[in-house]
Design a protein. Structure first.
Length: 95
């Protein structure tokens, strides 16, 4: 058995409930554009949710019905190495 990993969301249309701002710098489409060289909040390659809300939801239109084995989320890291001692680890919840 072979496992082939494909990014089904790459380049698809995305939408977010309660974005941090309405500008392109925090657009939900940033999460599916394939860019990941600047993982800072203001780098224009990540999406961010409003800090004043308790719910963060994000959708991507895959175009057709898909069978999905797993989902990988990459957090905005501020361009620092992610790990147990990263300042953001205490703020994030995992699904």
């Amino acid at each position: 058995m072979h496992c082939f990993i494909e990014n089904l969301a790459l380049g698809k249309s995305a939408w977010q409930l309660y974005p941090l701002s309405n500008d392109e710098k925090h657009s939900a489409n940033n999460a599916v554009d394939g860019r990941k060289s600047d993982l800072s909040e203001l780098g224009g390659e990540c999406t961010a949710s409003s800090v004043r809300r308790t719910t963060a939801m994000w959708w991507v239109d895959l175009g057709t019905l898909q069978s999905i084995h797993h989902i990988i989320l990459q957090y905005s890291t501020g361009n620092q190495v992610w790990g147990n001692f990263h300042p953001s680890v205490k703020r994030h919840h995992y699904i």
